[in-house]
Design a protein around this ligand. Structure first.
Ligand SMILES: *Cc1c(COP(=O)(O)O)cnc(C)c1O
Length: 394
């Protein structure tokens, strides 16, 4: 019999009842150190006092009004995002996937309204993940996500990662946008080198193509900058943000320049819940903390320590691990053994990590993790690695 919850997830048999900072308490009282943060969502850890206060204060006043009315804290959050980024304007959604939908619509409409009606192609890359909607699976084009769900939304051109010749050949006047993650998350924590991102920006400028960055996972401080593309010194035309922005409250935001967005006029897009008062109260509290340069400096310092510890672990178990990759507090350990065996041993060591493609163990802790917690986490990883290594030997 089919379970009451549609069984589309591979779930570990652990149920959590309480969270505080990087710590999660299971039903049986066991405490786990959380290096997964709800897949890079709990950017400020569990039950951060500023977020609890923002949410409960707002809950007492007003939960929801529709976008038929002015929503002052939605405007305040948009202002904050505009102030701290390349963007001139922001649309709020409830998830990352919805930002992908709007990014595709915006890019196409941009050229349509300029009379370039044939310019509607979107170039994407192998290993990408942009969500699970019809547009987002067509964009990522991996058979694992698309098999059986055809006909797929047309107009996506999925290219191999790192094939510059294929890219230059495909980027013709039928292409509206290039869509890419500065650091692939689900794809295995694979950063796009800075020079490649700059090269992409140049190519888009040269050919009159919009650059859409998917920072749903790598944005909001995770890379050590507020947004990951800042490391390359370039700006996109359109950017997708979600996960860390709500710190656990479901929300996303699509950021754009005025030039890219100017065709999105009244009636061209909408969302019932997107940018409602509860979401924006929390998003504003997250932005206030994460956009502080001193906070980001701390993230970088702690990321340095975590990276160093993980490199040490990999060096200590060369038969088990291949390399550490990623940036900031978005790191992946590429395994030679099966990644889920390592993740399982981590559960036994009371440590939560997340699988990613490419046989990777993904490590995306709350940005508020302390140095002491990093040391505890890497000790538990050592313990788990020891167990797996003995099992492999046996
Ligand atoms: C998670 C993710 C999405 C989809 O976000 P949802 O909130 O699950 O809809 C899109 N792009 C990237 C890079 C992601 O990591």
């Amino acid at each position: 019999m089919i379970p009451s919850v549609l069984p589309t997830y591979n779930r570990a048999p652990i149920a959590f009842t309480k969270g505080e900072g990087v710590w999660l308490t299971a039903k049986d009282g066991t405490q786990y150190l959380d290096l997964g943060a709800g897949v890079a969502v709990n950017s400020l850890g569990h039950a951060h006092p500023a977020l609890v206060k923002a949410l409960t204060d707002q809950a007492r006043d007003l939960w929801h009004v529709s976008n038929l009315y002015d929503i002052p804290n939605q405007r305040a959050l948009a202002d904050a995002l505009v102030e701290h980024t390349f963007a001139d304007t922001v649309f709020f959604t409830n998830s990352g996937t919805e930002t992908c939908e709007l990014a595709v619509k915006m890019a196409r409409k941009h050229f349509h309204d300029k009379g370039e009606t044939g310019r509607n192609g979107i170039i994407t890359f192998a290993g990408a993940f942009h969500g699970r909607s019809a547009a987002a699976i067509a964009a990522a084009a991996s058979p694992k996500m698309t098999e059986g769900f055809g006909p797929l939304l047309p107009g996506f051109i999925n290219l191999p990662w790192g094939d510059h010749d294929a890219l230059r050949a495909a980027a013709d006047d039928s292409v509206a946008a290039v869509l890419v993650e500065p650091i692939q998350g689900e794809g295995g924590v694979v950063p796009l080198p800075d020079q490649c991102l700059r090269g992409l920006r140049d190519l888009c400028d040269e050919r009159g193509i919009l650059l859409i960055l998917d920072e749903v996972q790598c944005g909001v401080g995770r890379s050590g900058r507020l947004f990951a593309h800042e490391w390359a010194g370039i700006v996109p035309d359109i950017m997708m943000v979600a996960k860390g922005l709500g710190g656990g409250f479901p929300m996303g935001a699509l950021l754009a320049t005025e030039a890219a967005a100017s065709e999105m006029t009244v009636g061209t897009h909408g969302s019932t819940y997107g940018g409602n008062p509860l979401a924006c109260a929390v998003g504003l509290a997250v932005m206030n903390i994460v956009s502080d340069p001193a906070f980001l400096e701390e993230v970088n310092r702690k990321a340095g320590l975590l990276r160093q510890r993980l490199e040490g672990l990999v060096a200590g178990y060369p038969d088990m691990f291949e390399q550490v990759r990623g940036m900031g507090l978005m790191l992946g350990i590429v395994c030679r053994v099966t990644n889920t065996d390592v993740i399982g041993a981590c559960y036994d060591a009371r440590l939560l990590t997340i699988p990613a493609a490419g046989n990777t163990v993904r490590i995306v802790p709350p940005l508020t993790i302390t140095e002491d917690e990093i040391l505890q986490a890497t000790e538990r990883l050592e313990q788990a690695a020891g167990v797996v290594s003995r099992n492999v030997a046996a």
